[in-house]
Design a binder for this molecule. Structure first.
Ligand code: KIV
Ligand code: ZN
Length: 517
């Protein structure tokens, strides 16, 4: 067999901002440990640059950037900084231990942002670009500069700023569509224009950063690459400000699947995409939409007779990529109530979890309990159980017992016992329905001022004995900050109480630290 040598494909760098642009959206706040866990998965998955946080935002971000910088094995670790001396110094300090640090500094260049947000004249902004990039470049060798709201900036001014940033030492220049306003042709033409107009543009990597307000973030990013961008900024599951950012898994699989149109490589181990998606969904308590491309539970499901018939004859009739290529397996029966500790440990390893001995013991006890209640235990059940175990590891308040009386006779009444800092407290409360009664009982034992911003129930697997997967998002009345919790249990009301308490524990922990989100 003769083999034709394929021309080497150019590399597109994947810049992940799940821990910065993703984490800053309402309700996606992660604990320090969760950020470290997400960063480990991103690093192992082959992400080129991890934007780990915004150090000037407070201790929580600084600490996360510092620890991720020290731990990352292959990824560049990046911190965000506004164009101020203090932000850039703080960012450099947090990145001190990184093998490959990057400072990402930005300032808005659109008339709207300069006038109303910054209250600065364009010439002041121009000077600030030079000062900030020069300062950053004196601290680290790898500096990214972003023109915030580039898409609504005047092209001549944008070109001047880009040229100045490169002269001052930027190594990557990012052209964000901050408000998700552009469309593929317009974005591509902006990159063409910059490439053909800015004299020193060949000295930098150009980057695309798109928000999804009009549902075009992934398409826009790919069109930027067609025009010459070689870095895409994206987030796992597309989480991010408002409608979110370009979804990492979609960008990566579009490039991989349509190599004929996008003749590029990324360094992503695509078999880890599903694991990354599940982890980010678990730690943010943001469920993944069922029909979400690549990582939605229906992304590889074939329901209609015609499709199933085609699939049986030839899988490519309806499948453009395999579930295995993104790390998705068919729902699989794992173990039953007779399975032992070592089989459980092996299963966790296979699913990508590494637990400390005490966490493993707790998870095993809960697995046995679940296996007693549920005929069949699936991979998804184990994942939900372990995700919850990790989320609740340091919780001060835990559910000890819950009894709910519900039905047509009303009123619905919940009797709840909580462990609060080691003390057992019991109360009874009624409500407008059983969930309301449970939540009222929690509020009476732990008084707090919050509103609900979201409450969702999904089933983990199929069947009436499936576990309920509940997510709760609470908004603190004091400052509108959101906290989320997610838990699974065969009893929907127990899962609801646990999810509520995970969110509440996070709120209490954050208030205890006096930190900002
Ligand atoms: O959307 C945006 O403009 C940003 C910048 C900070 C890069 O997130
Ligand atoms: Zn952004």
């Amino acid at each position: 067999m003769t083999s034709k040598k394929q021309p080497k494909k150019e590399r597109v760098f994947i810049f992940d901002t799940t821990l910065r642009d993703g984490e800053q959206c309402p309700g996606a706040t992660m604990t320090h440990e969760q950020k470290i866990e997400v960063a480990e998965v991103l690093d192992a998955m082959g992400v080129d640059i991890i934007e780990a946080g915004f150090p000037a935002n407070g201790d929580a971000d600084s600490d996360a950037v510092r620890e991720i910088a020290a731990r990352a094995e292959s990824a560049v670790v990046c911190g965000l900084a506004r164009a101020t001396r203090q932000d850039i110094d703080q960012c450099a300090e947090a990145l001190k231990k990184a093998r490959r640090p990057r400072i990402h500094t930005f300032i808005a260049t659109s008339p709207l942002h300069m006038k109303w947000k910054l209250r600065m004249e364009p010439e002041e902004v121009y000077e600030r670009v030079i000062e900030s990039v020069t300062q950053a470049r004196n601290l680290v060798a790898d500096v990214e500069w972003s023109a915030e709201d580039a898409i609504r900036s005047e092209r001549d001014f944008l070109c001047r700023c880009v040229e100045a940033a490169i002269k001052a030492g930027a190594t990557t220049v990012n052209i964000p569509d901050t408000v998700g306003y552009t469309e593929p042709d317009e974005y591509r033409s902006l990159f063409h224009f910059l490439i053909n107009t800015v004299p020193n543009i060949d000295k930098v990597v150009l980057s695309a950063h798109c928000h999804d307000d009009l549902g075009m973030a992934v398409a826009n990013s790919l069109f930027a690459v067609k025009a010459g961008a070689r870095q895409i900024e994206c987030t796992v599951n597309g989480i991010g400000e408002r409608a979110g950012n370009a979804a990492l898994e979609e960008v990566v699989m579009a490039i991989k699947t349509r190599g004929d149109i996008f003749p590029f490589n990324t360094g992503i181990k695509t078999t880890m995409l599903t694991r990354a998606s599940k982890l980010v969904s678990a730690v943010t308590s943001f469920p993944v939409q069922y029909n979400k491309a690549i990582v939605g539970r229906n992304a590889f499901a074939h329901e209609s007779g015609i499709h199933q018939d085609g699939m049986l004859k030839h899988v490519q009739t309806y499948e453009i990529m395999t579930p295995e290529s993104v790390g998705a397996s068919k729902t699989s029966l794992v173990m039953g109530k007779h399975s032992g500790r070592s089989a459980f440990r092996d299963k966790l390893k296979q699913l990508g979890f590494e637990l400390a001995d005490n966490q493993l013991e707790d998870a095993f006890v809960r697995f046995k309990d679940l296996a007693d209640k549920k005929k069949q235990v699936y991979d998804e059940d184990i994942e939900a159980l372990v995700d919850e175990e990790l989320a609740a590891a340091d919780d001060r308040i835990k559910v000890l017992s819950l009894l709910v009386i519900a039905g047509t006779m009303g009123p619905q009444v919940a009797t709840l016992t909580l462990d609060i800092d080691g003390e057992h407290k019991t109360t009874q409360a009624s409500g407008n329905g059983p969930v309301d009664a449970v939540f009222n009982a929690i509020k009476s034992l732990v008084p707090h001022e919050t509103d609900f911003s979201d409450y969702q129930v999904h089933s983990v697997t199929e069947g009436t004995d499936a576990q309920a997967d509940v997510s709760v998002h609470l908004k603190a009345k004091e400052n509108d900050r959101e906290f989320s919790g997610r838990a699974a249990h065969p009893d929907t009301l127990v899962a609801s109480a646990k999810a509520y308490l995970i969110a509440l524990n996070r709120m209490i922990a954050r208030q205890g630290r006096g930190g900002s989100s």
